[in-house]
Design a protein around this ligand. Structure first.
Ligand SMILES: *[C@@H]1O[C@H](CO)[C@@H](O)[C@H](O)[C@H]1NC(C)=O
Ligand SMILES: *[C@@H]1O[C@H](CO)[C@@H](O)[C@H](O)[C@H]1NC(C)=O
Ligand SMILES: *[C@@H]1O[C@H](CO)[C@@H](O)[C@H](O)[C@H]1NC(C)=O
Ligand SMILES: *[C@@H]1O[C@H](CO)[C@@H](O)[C@H](O)[C@H]1NC(C)=O
Ligand SMILES: *[C@@H]1O[C@H](CO)[C@@H](O)[C@H](O)[C@H]1NC(C)=O
Ligand SMILES: *[C@@H]1O[C@H](CO)[C@@H](O)[C@H](O)[C@H]1NC(C)=O
Ligand SMILES: *[C@@H]1O[C@H](CO)[C@@H](O)[C@H](O)[C@H]1NC(C)=O
Ligand SMILES: *[C@@H]1O[C@H](CO)[C@@H](O)[C@H](O)[C@H]1NC(C)=O
Ligand SMILES: *[C@@H]1O[C@H](CO)[C@@H](O)[C@H](O)[C@H]1NC(C)=O
Ligand SMILES: *[C@@H]1O[C@H](CO)[C@@H](O)[C@H](O)[C@H]1NC(C)=O
Ligand SMILES: *[C@@H]1O[C@H](CO)[C@@H](O)[C@H](O)[C@H]1NC(C)=O
Length: 863
């Protein structure tokens, strides 16, 4: 384990199995790990953190950096505490869409639905509402939002947890979510950092469970340009928004693990983007003690080497590592300062209470340390209802994220239908209950949330069948509902009699530790599940007014029926959360005029997307290799544009019950300061408090030890014995870079100098305005979208840069004004290691999808 941390060099030493290791991508070293300096609006929080950390002993600092072990406390992760200074253990809890493993909490729409709204305010409000719930349960750190995976592969299992494969759309909504969560007083975690684009092979033990004997987890090869322009982009937005925590991912990047990759952590995140918060490992993504510390990781989760191993790479080992001089004191001080700075920045100190729920049981009473049935037998679940009035927001986001893809006079419905058929299993309830499958690991009944750790328990789930039946009954109509997808005859019979057939179909996916119907996290195909295509066709062949509603984790193939003359309507409702039925009824019955836009492309076939998943061990017994550089920045619509693939529905597309017109594109150049690459040096690293001799860090006399619990103390002053590592001290000189311990002032990177990178990147260079007019006779939403062509032979045809969701009354006109920053117009220049506006002509386009761009203008050259 210890050998992997320096990247490809060490990997070669441990996995001699493949003769081709030397050709593998390599991650260059970048040391030392940048220390926080309280820049920008972190100043106040940083100072308070320095003040408190200065009072801490080494063991107390180590306690903050290390989890207490899997299921040893109530939350999915908990750090040690500092009782002497009144600092409680920090509680970390999943997920990006609500509180996992709890009760009386809300189940919010998934991130992909937020992306479909294209609405910054809704992203913020959802973040804030989630933050309120987390805070009320006594959670300090929410493990979300996600922008990794970004969505390089349309079948990637966890794409739905994040937003969209477009980095600009994701970046804006990711940042708004972070702000919402943190304004509610909870630390947000931007994850999974980085290039974590598929479930297959993401973790070696999991892959072995699926029968692949590989020595290491998947490695994503990402070149520097693709990294900056695609995968890193939304993380820069999160850092700029002040995110307190970032979670490093399971996968390797260029054959160096995400949680010990000095290039991605030290260089990109901390030196270039100026991240001031802390980096925590994904659960069991921590693979080395000294290596991860020097490469920039700040918190080990859940703390143990592997779940319940009773050992830790950190804890006592981190104490030992400082005492034996391998890890400089300033590095551990920096970890503690970063954690405490995030804590103060969001105002956690005013809200911090112990968790009042337990992740591990729904019983009210249980053991304090459930993994080992030890500690107090107490009221672990206080059943605190934290839902407030969030159901209203959930219903609204569900409706406002529903994309109308096709409408041939079918919608909106009125309540005058004589007979409505509701067809498909996806309309009804799960016979096992909405929470009937652990972590939603099944596709029974309507799909309102996908599976894995990115889930929450439903407090209830309004099904489409329930909500639509209520509507029809109010108009005194009749309803036939058939939810058995395998009885096409019954479906046809109901459809034949109905004046409208509402057909519900779905496609699911999730996290790799659960396999559903042979889908090992990632989807094994892009088709509908459970006979969905045949259900649609059975209805459409018998009913000339068939409306299809799709609940899915991403694109599905609809080629077989989307242009069937009897399919008069198609809607994509994504994963809407607990109010699913009410949300879709609001749209079907016209109370909400659909204004959502598809956050991804609908291709004819899987092949039309390119960028295949790696599903076979393609590197012998070595780490499977996923070459994300091959697609480069050309994912989703950029790929379709480049290869002249015609999508069925393009990125950014979505209809309304009204129509809109765009006119009068105006561009004005603004005065902006010159962009001067950053030079100079940082300050030298500081230490806070002092390290005593080893005898001061022995287990205190009489200290009770809970089995498996991870403590910061050491067994004896014999450091080697206290570590217990059979490889203790072995080849340290060879594998530990000398610069890793260097605390002297370091050169600043040219693209650094602000939160999210050089502040000049965020200077406005142009103002753009356009008139949007509602040309129909009902009020509705439109999303003007501004795309840029950066020019040059190897650039995408267009890339999204700006958007806004507007509400316009019938016949209303509105001028939408936005600005373009230097970053919006620049490319990453690998040689200069900076953003550069190339001399190629920049053209801007405005319209309402990536392919409907009626207005255009070219920009004068700027630098
Ligand atoms: C990965 O390797 C490529 C060269 O193949 C290089 O451009 C890039 O900077 C490296 N990235 C990381 C994170 O190591
Ligand atoms: C570390 O945290 C544990 C668990 O909260 C606590 O029992 C212990 O006293 C802490 N150690 C120190 C040095 O504060
Ligand atoms: C958790 O619930 C308990 C019991 O209702 C309550 O006293 C405590 O304040 C709650 N914590 C928070 C943060 O609301
Ligand atoms: C897995 O691969 C390793 C290294 O190649 C080998 O030693 C081991 O026997 C293999 N295990 C199984 C179960 O095939
Ligand atoms: C220290 O880390 C090593 C792995 O590098 C592990 O084998 C050992 O058990 C750890 N020691 C403690 C006390 O957790
Ligand atoms: C629910 O899902 C599980 C797992 O896919 C499946 O085995 C089971 O048959 C389903 N149960 C019902 C009632 O649909
Ligand atoms: C695709 O996968 C789904 C879910 O496992 C399955 O129901 C469907 O039959 C598969 N489609 C094809 C064409 O194999
Ligand atoms: C459309 O529906 C009608 C019943 O309303 C049916 O007779 C006709 O065959 C259907 N058309 C097609 C192409 O299936
Ligand atoms: C659909 O079929 C109904 C009879 O079921 C008929 O009254 C109606 O005109 C048909 N509509 C169209 C557009 O063909
Ligand atoms: C430290 O002491 C405890 C209690 O005796 C023991 O269980 C543990 O294995 C020891 N750790 C090491 C690394 O020897
Ligand atoms: C110092 O301690 C760390 C953590 O136990 C260990 O990995 C490393 O090999 C040790 N180095 C030396 C030189 O003793």
């Amino acid at each position: 384990m210890k050998l992997n941390w320096i990247g490809a060099v060490a990997l070669t030493a441990v996995s001699a199995a493949s003769a081709k290791q030397d050709d593998l991508a390599y991650s260059p070293p970048f040391y030392p790990s940048p220390w926080a300096d309280g820049q920008g609006d972190w100043a106040g929080a940083y100072q308070r953190a320095v003040d408190i950390v200065s009072q801490m002993t080494l063991a107390e600092k180590v306690n903050l950096t290390t989890g207490t072990g899997w299921m040893l406390d109530k939350c999915v992760g908990q750090t040690g505490s500092v009782p002497r200074l009144g600092i409680l253990s920090l509680c970390l809890q999943d997920s990006p869409l609500g509180i996992r493993f709890a009760d009386y909490n809300s189940a919010f729409p998934a991130g992909i639905n937020v992306a479909a709204t294209w609405d910054k305010t809704l992203a913020y409000l959802r973040g804030q509402a989630m933050g309120e719930e987390f805070s009320d349960k006594g959670i300090d750190i929410q493990l979300g939002p996600a922008a990794g995976p970004l969505g390089a592969h349309p079948d990637g299992g966890r794409n739905w947890e994040g937003f969209s494969p477009d980095p600009a759309l994701t970046g804006v909504l990711f940042a708004e979510t972070v702000k919402g969560i943190q304004d509610a007083g909870v630390i947000a975690t931007a994850k999974h950092y980085i290039a974590n684009e598929q479930e297959h092979f993401r973790q070696r033990p999991e892959a072995q469970g699926y029968g692949f004997n590989v020595s290491d987890s998947l490695s994503s090869t990402v070149d520097d340009k693709t990294m900056h322009e695609l995968y890193l982009w939304p993380f820069a937005d999160a850092v700029r928004a002040g995110v307190g925590a970032i979670m490093c991912s399971y996968n390797q990047i260029n054959n160096s693990y995400g949680c010990e990759n000095s290039e991605t952590l030290n260089k990109l995140l901390k030196a270039e983007l100026g991240f001031q918060g802390f980096v925590m490992s994904d659960w069991s993504a921590h693979h080395s003690g000294v290596g991860a510390a020097l490469a920039g990781m700040d918190m080990s989760m859940p703390g143990d080497v592997s779940f319940n191993s009773a050992t830790s790479f950190w804890g006592a080992n981190l104490t030992v590592g400082v005492l034996n001089g391998t890890i400089p004191q300033w590095r551990v001080d920096d970890m503690a300062v970063r954690i405490m700075a995030a804590y103060y920045k969001v105002g956690r100190d005013t809200k911090h209470t112990p968790p009042n729920f337990s992740s591990w049981t729904r019983d009210e009473y249980g053991f304090e340390h459930i993994a080992v049935s030890a500690g107090a037998y107490e009221r672990v679940n206080q059943l605190v209802d934290v839902q407030r009035d969030h159901a209203d927001l959930i219903r609204r986001i569900g409706a406002e994220s529903t994309v109308l893809l096709k409408n041939e006079d079918a919608l909106p419905l009125d309540r005058k239908e004589k007979l409505v058929a509701i067809l498909g299993e996806d309309a009804g309830s799960n016979a096992w209950g909405a929470n009937g499958c652990d972590d939603r690991g099944c596709d029974n009944g309507t799909l309102a949330m996908a599976w894995g750790s990115g889930t929450a328990n439903f407090p209830y789930l309004v099904t489409p069948e329930q909500a639509i039946q209520n509507e029809v009954l109010q108009g005194r109509g009749n309803v036939f509902a058939v939810t058995d997808n395998w009885n096409l005859k019954k479906i046809a019979t109901a459809a034949k009699q109905a004046s409208v057939s509402l057909v519900f179909v779905n496609a699911d996916s999730g996290e790799g530790y659960i396999s559903v119907d042979g889908n090992e996290g990632d989807r094994k195909n892009l088709t509908l599940w459970k006979n969905g295509d045949n259900v649609v066709k059975a209805a459409a062949n018998n009913c000339n007014n068939t409306v299809v509603i799709i609940h899915s984790v991403g694109p599905v193939l609809i080629k077989e029926w989307y242009d069937h003359p009897n399919v008069t309507g198609i809607l994509w409702a994504g994963l809407p959360g607990q109010e699913s039925g009410n949300s879709i009824a609001d749209v079907l019955y016209g109370r909400v005029n659909p204004g959502a836009k598809s956050p991804f492309t609908w291709g004819e076939t899987r092949e039309s997307y390119g960028s295949p998943l790696v599903t076979e061990a393609n590197n012998g017994n070595g780490a499977p290799q996923s070459d994300l550089s091959q697609a480069g920045v050309f994912i989703d619509y950029r790929h379709f544009d480049k290869y002249n693939e015609t999508p069925i529905y393009e990125f950014g597309y979505g209809l309304s019950y009204t129509t809109f017109k765009f006119s009068d594109l105006q561009v004005q150049q603004l005065d902006a300061p010159e962009y001067i690459p950053t030079t100079g040096k940082t300050e030298a690293a500081k230490t806070f408090g002092k390290v005593e001799d080893a005898s001061q860090y022995l287990y205190p006399e009489g200290q009770q030890r809970v089995q498996q619990f991870i403590y910061p103390w050491i067994n004896s002053t014999d450091l080697k014995a206290s570590s217990g590592d059979p490889l203790y001290g072995w080849k340290d000189e060879q594998y530990i870079p000398k610069s890793g311990t260097d605390g002297s002032a370091q050169p600043r990177l040219p693209a650094s100098g602000g939160a999210g990178g050089h502040s000049g990147l965020y200077d406005d260079l142009f103002q753009v305005s356009v008139t949007v007019e509602n040309t129909g006779d009902v009020a509705g939403y439109e999303v003007p979208q501004l795309y840029v062509s950066l020019g040059g032979p190897n650039e995408p045809k267009v890339v999204l840069r700006k958007f806004e969701r507007l509400y316009l009354e019938a016949s209303q006109q509105q001028v939408w004004t936005t600005t373009l920053t230097r970053r919006d117009l620049a490319n990453w220049d690998v040689a200069a290691q900076n953003w550069v506006i190339t001399s190629h002509t920049k053209t801007i386009y405005v319209g309402n999808s990536s392919r409907k761009l009626p207005l255009q203008a070219s920009l004068p050259h700027v630098q």
